[in-house]
Design a binder for this molecule. Structure first.
Ligand code: DOR
Ligand code: ZN
Length: 481
């Protein structure tokens, strides 16, 4: 038989297949990058190759909807190649990259430039975010046309200092995006509160790490989530709350969900597993926006994941260099740290400890992200027709996180030295191993593709369309409607 005559390219045998609902022993057949059969080994089509996954659990590759790969503009911190290599080592097969690069992804040209970079360098699939602000509002149609996964709106300042739009501009932005069906992901921290507090803290001479937390109490997120939900409810825009850090902001999130607002949310391992008590030990290394908070927030965040108030986990992978992270004056330390490589092992450690099930991990890391962004069932599933995006996990492997061993260019994180249980041993993207036996496949540089082409946003439901700014400005009183 010639290669073309085989009904499958690859059959994976011996593994335990994990979905958001079940764990069962099954074989997986792959053809042209897609799964063509899942079931008994005997029932698999003939394949050119087989792969023995005995002893491993096979999960849908994680979809990390929040990473900063810094390319172009800050490639000393990360680039699309090092970032997607880190993703591959973390069992992550799709990433959504944030727009705070140089230039900011705010128009068709900067978007096209990032598409060119990503398609040349990525080992894993990706979606690109465009910024939604006062300046880029007019570019919404061109950005949607140019191929984005969604919009990012900065209600508060963070790395890159992208200006936050006024509430008026935000309402208009939601009006403009609502009919496109694209989701607006929000950095939901209210800028004016933080700026005021930070300048007073600076005046008072505070330069210690905890001053960062003091400048951004949970009320900045409570106020921002509530306000964003009001505007989303009015306009019918779909929104997503990034990096939920506090128990308090779960209140407005729950309320909005109960009112039927199309609102989703994510939290990350750093809010579930790190706490304010550790600022002394880590100093600027733990500085991130929003801040790691008091330990009392952790329980409610876990509960919110379990009951579906928070839909998913994402890393906010925010690489910086050791020099940028270890300055003594906290206000000069760059915010964030790498996470795309360590999130799944950290969560697997909680699975091993019995806090959550492996199926919960799939729901939060792959199934829900795919559903929310209209990629399901091409992504986030192990079934016929899905892309063969697979994370092969050794659940028993105990190891210690070592920043020096990270694929990321950012070799500095508050995870350094942490003992974990569970390791992605191989990662496959559309039928190709991009990481095998903890080794990067160098020939998969450029294998990654933008997922906007497979996104199905369904039917948008804009509201109050006769009262939008565009509608009222166009209105001529006295003329027939
Ligand atoms: O700490 C952060 N770092 N929070 C953000 O929102 C942005 C990120 C970055 O780009 O470094
Ligand atoms: Zn971020």
């Amino acid at each position: 038989m010639s290669d073309q005559d085989f009904p499958a390219d690859l059959v994976i045998t011996g593994g335990q297949v994990v979905t958001h609902e079940t764990i069962r022993p099954a074989a997986i057949a792959v053809k042209d990058g897609r799964i063509v059969a899942v079931g008994e080994e005997d029932a698999m089509p003939a394949a050119r190759q087989t792969f023995d996954a005995t002893g491993l659990h096979i999960l849908p590759g994680a979809i990390d909807v929040h990473v900063h790969f810094r390319d172009p503009g800050y490639t000393h911190k990360e680039d699309f190649e090092s970032g997607t290599a880190a993703a591959a080592f973390g069992g992550v097969t799709t990433v959504f990259d944030m727009p705070n690069t140089i230039p900011t992804v705010a128009d068709a040209a900067s978007l096209a430039e990032k598409h060119a970079i990503a398609s040349a360098k990525a080992h894993v699939d990706y979606g690109l975010y465009a910024v939604l602000g006062e300046e880029s509002l007019a570019n919404v149609p061109a950005l949607v046309e140019g191929g984005i996964i969604g919009f990012k709106l900065y209600m508060g300042n963070t790395f890159g200092r992208i200006p936050s739009p006024s509430t008026g501009a935000m309402l208009e932005a939601f009006e403009v995006v609502a009919p496109t069906g694209k989701r607006v992901s929000l950095h939901a921290e209210t800028n004016s509160i933080m700026e005021r507090r930070q300048s007073r803290l600076v005046e008072a001479g505070r330069t210690d790490a905890l001053a960062h937390l003091a400048s951004r109490p949970a009320v900045v997120a409570v106020e921002a989530v509530a306000r964003a939900a009001i505007l989303a409810e009015w306009t019918g825009a779909r929104i997503h709350i990034l990096h939920i850090s506090s128990a308090a902001e779960l209140g407005p999130l729950r309320d909005a969900k109960a009112r039927g607002v199309d609102i989703t949310g994510e939290t990350g391992a750093h809010y579930l597993m790190l706490a304010a008590e550790e600022y002394g030990r880590w100093g600027g290394i733990i500085r991130v926006n929003p801040p790691v908070r008091e330990a009392a927030n952790q329980g409610p965040l876990w509960d919110a994941l379990m009951d579906g108030t928070i839909d998913m986990i994402a890393t906010d992978h925010a690489p910086h260099t050791p020099e940028e992270k270890t300055r003594t004056d906290i206000w000069t330390v760059d915010c964030g740290f790498p996470g795309v490589e360590t999130q799944i092992p950290l969560m697997l450690t909680e699975v091993a400890a019995g806090r959550m099930a492996l199926t919960d991990l799939v729901r939060w890391s792959a199934y829900n992200p795919a559903k929310v962004w209209g990629l399901y069932p091409r992504k986030g599933a192990i079934q016929s027709g899905a892309d063969a995006d697979l994370a092969f996990i050794d659940l028993d492997r105990r190891w210690t996180i070592d920043d020096a061993a990270l694929q990321s260019r950012s070799k500095v994180s508050p995870w350094h030295g942490r003992e974990v249980q569970g390791l992605p041993v191989h990662t496959m993207v559309r039928g190709r191993f991009v990481m095998k036996d903890r080794t990067l496949m160098v020939d998969t540089r450029g294998h990654g593709r933008s997922v906007h082409t497979i996104q199905d946003v369904g039917t948008p439901s804009p509201r109050h369309t006769d009262e939008t700014l565009a509608a009222v400005v166009a209105h001529r009183p006295g003329e027939a409607a």
